[in-house]
Design a binder for this molecule. Structure first.
Ligand code: SF4
Ligand code: SF4
Length: 200
């Protein structure tokens, strides 16, 4: 098999500078998002990750996410569980010496992940489904949310949730029929505005 000729020095420089351009553009994009304004000021001290109560569930720590964004790894960040497991408790921002607003940035990145169809984990599926249902009906419709997010291969989980559903139905806490409200366009207007703000 014919071997590929080695890249010349000029080709290597051109490709490195293309990568650098793309990294800079990604950093600029993130800095325009709500919460992303100060990512370049991060000194990787780790105070954010050290105090984060949901770090154990995240695939990358908040500190790593900021580093990845500064390296231009936006797709990896948008596919990560971290942005969905942030509970917006604000512990990190109160500790951050550079005032990096991670919780607000996580919200902006969630919106972006949904737009780019990069939502992968169950928690993200829950948020996406919740959002779509509220857009559709103007309020929550629990049975549809349950059907969308349940793990259909987990029979014991399904049974437990079905029993819970029956108890809630009997107490009038949930409805079988989808809700009807005239406020759908109004609710959609609010959701649209808040999504725009999150991605600015
Ligand atoms: S606490 Fe702030 S400066 Fe330190 S790693 Fe986290 S984001 Fe960066
Ligand atoms: S706001 Fe999010 S990232 Fe920051 S400490 Fe709380 S859960 Fe962790």
């Amino acid at each position: 098999m014919a071997q590929k000729p080695p890249e010349s020095a000029t080709e290597r420089v051109n490709s490195a500078s293309k990568d650098e351009d793309s990294r800079r553009n990604i950093v600029k994009e993130v800095m325009k998002m709500a919460g992303g304004e100060k990512i370049l000021e991060c000194i990787q001290c780790g105070s954010c990750s050290g105090g984060c109560p949901t770090r154990f569930a995240m695939d990358h720590s908040p500190m790593q996410i900021i580093k990845m964004l500064n390296l231009g790894m936006k797709t990896e960040v948008l596919s990560s569980s971290t942005i969905w497991y942030c509970s917006t408790c604000h512990t990190c921002i109160t500790r951050c010496p550079r005032e990096v607003d991670f919780p607000t940035l996580a919200m902006s990145l969630r919106n972006e992940a949904i737009k780019q169809n990069l939502v992968k984990n169950t928690s993200a599926k829950f948020h996406e489904s919740f959002f779509n249902i509220v857009c559709k009906y103007g309020k929550m419709y629990e049975p549809e949310l349950f059907i969308n997010v349940m793990d259909k291969s987990n029979m014991s989980g399904l049974r437990a949730n079905a029993n819970l559903g029956i108890r809630l139905l009997k107490k009038g806490k949930i409805r079988i029929r989808a809700p009807k409200t005239e406020q759908v366009p109004w609710v959609n207007g609010i959701l649209e505005k808040t999504s725009e703000r999150g991605s600015q």
